[in-house]
Design a protein around this ligand. Sequence first.
Ligand code: PMP
Length: 444
Amino acid sequence: MASPHVFQRASAVDMPVAVGGDGVFILTKDGRRVLDGCGGAAVSCLGHSDAMVVEAIKRQLDALPYAHTGFFTSEAAETLAAMLVERAPKGIGRAYFVSGGSEAAEAAIKLARQYFLEKGEPARSRIIARRQSYHGNTLGALAAGGNEWRRRQFAPLLTDAMSHIAPCHYWRWGEPGESAEDYGRRVADELETEIKRVGPETVAAFMAEPVVGATMGAVPAVPGYFKRIREICDHYGVLLILDEVMCGMGRTGHLFACEEDGVAPDMIMIAKGLGAGYQPIGALLVAEDIHQAIADGSGFFQHGHTYMGHPTAAAAGVAVLEAIEGRDLLANVQAMGARLRQGLEARFGQHPNVGDIRGRGLFLGLELVADRETKAPLPPEAKTHAKVKRAALARDLMVYPMGGTIDGVQGDHVMLAPPFIVTEEEVAMIIDRLAGALEEALPA
Ligand code: PMP
């Protein structure tokens, strides 16, 4: 089992030691084959033994492991930036490389701020985000996020230059008789109300996940929501930053989740699936006019980290993107996503404790409730999400459950995000093992 010297996040949990990977399985020191039903945290999109990505990393290490971006660019970073920009929504012209999602959020916040300084609008510094959102654990990203549980104990350290509006979760908060469209319009319009409340001249950006992952369990916005958000941002000169750290890089069956929402943001944050777990890498994709404003102004984005644009990480990113496209994995995400969803609906659609099954592509969530008719949540003290995680792991299945209070309502959900290479047989195994775990963990 684990050594006594690693500072584990959950100190009471004795972690199995992972020693190997085989496709969608992680192999442990004590001989188990654990089926990865959630890609860790929607990271491992190519599974755990992709020879092509490993080879690409080795080639880069042999040639040049690292060169500081204060002195050099690298072929790997140049290639990856070109590939991402070519495939990104209209207007995106640059990729700013970082090491993960939180760093992408910090870069986005600071770039939005500096952009308005360069444009001569110095009062614009506020970031508006949504309640129960998660944009990372560093202090700036945490301040932007609206997850009370994560924020609470660090509140004195968080800037109040951020504010939060309602999330978009029709199943939970749509009023009786209210259409999805009307609901989407109503909650999107909260952005306008908040901009007016704080003063349009003070707002720099709105930040949101197209499909909310960790905090809500794969909840997409209703159709039309982001179009309305884009309109409001345009009207008030506010930047739209989409956080696709979890839902991007093909997870929804499209390279960028926002393609399905039909909006072109000013910045897109990506990470997780970009390095697929083979290397730590993220990127902030930036509209060319934002980059141009800095280039025409001070000429220097006053931000950066030692490992930004790391050639070895960038080489992994290039190989991951080539694997996704060369093997037509987005088609598999769509096909296996549909199959997983059908399987979940067939198995749990009438389950008294499963209130909602939602998501896109291979990014799906189940909402666990005390009563599916009334949608009454499970009691928080039961910590059902934690029980599901334990019961699944005991059956050699990784799933990503979370619980927490959102707008006063407790929610327990289970998120599934298996690797894009998952097969029909493995999808069936996920459903079977999850059924066993839910039977053990749920009250009914
Ligand atoms: N944004 C979103 C939507 C995320 O899901 C996460 C990670 N769960 C982050 C940001 C932060 O990414 P990282 O853990 O790589 O810093």
